[in-house]
Design a protein around this ligand. Structure first.
Ligand code: PEP
Length: 255
């Protein structure tokens, strides 16, 4: 099964809408300048909500081959949910993707597996492709074994919704923003376990077509090692996605 590699940049709470325009323009030029034929790699950015309209306008006006998505969405469609953003609004902005269950949402905003499942269902309902993040702490991996906690987290989502397309991001908590990435072998173990979990829940065909990403201190110097692993189909990149040259170098991991 051919799974197009996916390089996704999670900007977190960085870059206002003016900086977002400059960054996306520069990214498009950098990918083009390097004559990087990125038809064989999908590149997407995940800016803060307030940037999305500007990014959408730029990408559609200049016909850039960069996708975009949001970093979160509400599990509800509309109503008295101050500060939340509906998947319907993201779909109206032509967002293709939405990140769900990032570990910063789980730890800082108390999002449970059930909330993550409800948000995934909301994304699917509105035609967005969810990028579902799962991952364990170092202690959980040591005590319970590779893949056990991430597969349990994903299972709650898989039992609640069966989308035609989903992206799964394995992000060990200890590797996010720490500068200490998992080894490709460690990441492969967990990504393979996640793919087996998808096969058990949804069957082999969906497991074979679902892209599983690794995330956690990815940079241009370590991306190739991850992408050589059979069950790793790309990366969710945080800090390094804010540096255009570095992010473009990650997207050109084959060169
Ligand atoms: C992330 O926020 O999803 C992430 C992986 O961050 P970083 O690349 O900075 O570790």
């Amino acid at each position: 099964m051919n799974r197009t590699p996916f390089i996704a940049g999670n900007w977190k709470m960085n870059l206002d809408h003016l900086q977002a325009i400059a960054t996306v323009q520069k990214l498009a030029w950098t990918l083009k300048d390097a004559r990087h034929d990125h038809d064989d790699v999908e590149v997407a950015v995940f800016p803060p909500f307030t940037d999305l309209r500007s990014v959408q306008t730029l990408i559609s006006a200049d016909k850039l081959s960069i996708e975009f998505g949001a970093q979160d969405l509400s599990q509800y469609d509309s109503g008295a949910y101050t500060g939340d953003v509906s998947g319907a609004f993201l779909a109206a902005l032509d967002a293709k993707y939405v990140i769900v269950g990032h570990s910063e949402r789980r730890t800082m905003h108390g999002e449970t597996d059930e909330v993550v499942a409800a948000k995934t269902a909301a994304a699917v309902k509105h035609g967005l492709v969810p990028v579902v993040c799962v991952g364990e702490t170092g202690e959980e991996r040591e005590q319970r074994g590779a893949g056990v906690v991430p597969v349990e987290q994903l299972r709650v989502v898989l039992d609640a919704v069966k989308p035609s397309e989903i992206v799964v991001a394995y992000e060990p908590v200890w590797a996010i923003g720490s500068g200490q990435a998992a080894t490709p072998e460690q990441a492969q173990e967990d990504c393979a376990a996640l793919r087996r979990g998808i096969a058990e829940a949804w069957g082999d065909d969906l497991a074979a077509s679902t892209r599983v990403l690794y995330g956690g201190s990815v940079k241009s110097g370590n991306i190739a090692g991850f992408l050589r692993e059979p069950d790793i189909d790309g990366a969710l990149v945080g800090g390094a996605s804010l540096d255009v040259q570095e992010f473009a170098a990650i997207a050109r991991f084959r060169q």
